[in-house]
Design a protein around this ligand. Sequence first.
Ligand SMILES: Nc1ncnc2c1ncn2[C@@H]1O[C@H](COP(=O)(O)OP(=O)(O)OP(=O)(O)O)[C@@H](O)[C@H]1O
Ligand SMILES: [Mg+2]
Length: 505
Amino acid sequence: MAETALALDMRQVSKQFPGTLAVDRVDFQVKKGEIHALMGENGAGKSTLMKVLAGLFNDYTGEIYINGEKKELRSPIMAKEAGIGMVYQELSLARKISIYENLLVGRLPKKNALFIDRKKAIQMAKDSLERVGLGNLDPTISVSEISQCDAQLVEIAKVLDSHPSILVMDEPTSSLSSEEVERMFSIIRKLREEGMAIVYISHHMQEIFEIADRVTVMRDGRRVGNALVSETNEEELVQQMVGEPVKKFYGESANTVTSEVVLKLEDFTRWGFFHHVNFELHKGEILAIEGLAGSGRTEIARALIGVDEHHLGKAYFHGKEVNFKNFGEAISTGIGYVTEDRKILGLALSQPVSDNVLSCVIDRYSKGMFYSNAWNNALVDEKINEMSVYPADRTRLVNSFSGGNQQKVLMAKWMAADVDVLILDEPTRGVDINAKQIIHNAIRQYVAQGHAAIIISSDLPEIVGLADRAVVLREGHIIGEIPKEGITENSLLMAANGKGEYVNV
Ligand SMILES: Nc1ncnc2c1ncn2[C@@H]1O[C@H](COP(=O)(O)OP(=O)(O)OP(=O)(O)O)[C@@H](O)[C@H]1O
Ligand SMILES: [Mg+2]
């Protein structure tokens, strides 16, 4: 019986929010040593079901058995003691604090009543980093100094330190590149071999078929499907998620590229990150910056908008040199940045949707001017409807939306800002397939109306579907350019690795 033993058995579990039955009588079982994917559209109830398991709600109904024993998971401590480890959709690490302090929060070893035993703490941190393949990382540096991928792995290390028997990962790879995803997968497989039960939430079909043993599908708070991954297929899963036959994914797009240069980088350099970067962006164009994680894509964007400094070279906006001291200056001039990290440069999570959507509009237009509430509300409603934000309620606080819907609010904010040049860094992170299509269409329309966009994305089909041209960045240098006709998943991957016909070396 041991190999079929259930690590987790949730029976008829429900969770009600005011006005929303987010989880509706769900049965969910996971075996020991199984990777179990949980899928569903944005707002289907996946995160909420897992938050029940993590003890975040004391008012859920239904029964939960862990390793055969009935448990009440009415607080995070109860859940932790019951063996639940949870890696959330958004990282919870404190960015300015060292890795070891993050890892050992609440249990830093002491020398005596007063002093922390730093040496011992660092050794303990090293041991837990070792488990996630980060044995070489210096635990004394702050989280802000490491990559998103390493931060994600540190987060996992932290959860593993409590020796969970069930590990839940809510979209752990949504901002990772393909090679980083592989790193993450090898760690997850190792944990499976050790007999851990793993729940894996993702919108990426490919990942599900690569890593998961079984899949459960949710729709509108209900469980609507459950199958062995080897006995189902993509089409069936999408049908269950959406509740109707699948629509075509990428439509044909008209070419709207003009010869007018809106943005030009000349010798743009931030030592150690990117060097002598030159490119032009045209009105009506979507330009991809293609490169591996760490190649400097995000760093170029951050330096351009004045978040980081650059050391050499110039940026021209409509032919005029610009040198922004901060993000606000970039926005009021007409350059926006949809960040890969919603929490830091993106959204004010504890504010209502309307304040978020209007925040850049106000930066841009209202110097000394006032708009009526009615005008503002109409603009917010238009943009959130365009982005299919659900529920389409401008008064709700952003943190009460599902992850994918928060991303749509972020896109709505930038569409409202109406900047000339929009830099999109992982614009559809955590967004389901239908919403992705909606966002893509909106981006195309936006550009067709005389704007321009730069896209950075680890989702290759997204670049294939959207980009009019790609510049290839490798180790901080532009090493080639791919015209629209040449952009395929294969050519992008080859070029990012410094190979193929589009690389000039
Ligand atoms: N704190 C909250 N207050 C009110 N409603 C909430 C709250 N959290 C979630 N909801 C609602 O519960 C439903 C399920 O949300 P949940 O976050 O579980 O979705 P999800 O399946 O994880 O979606 P995504 O793929 O976008 O992350 C949604 O309708 C959401 O708006
Ligand atoms: Mg979620």
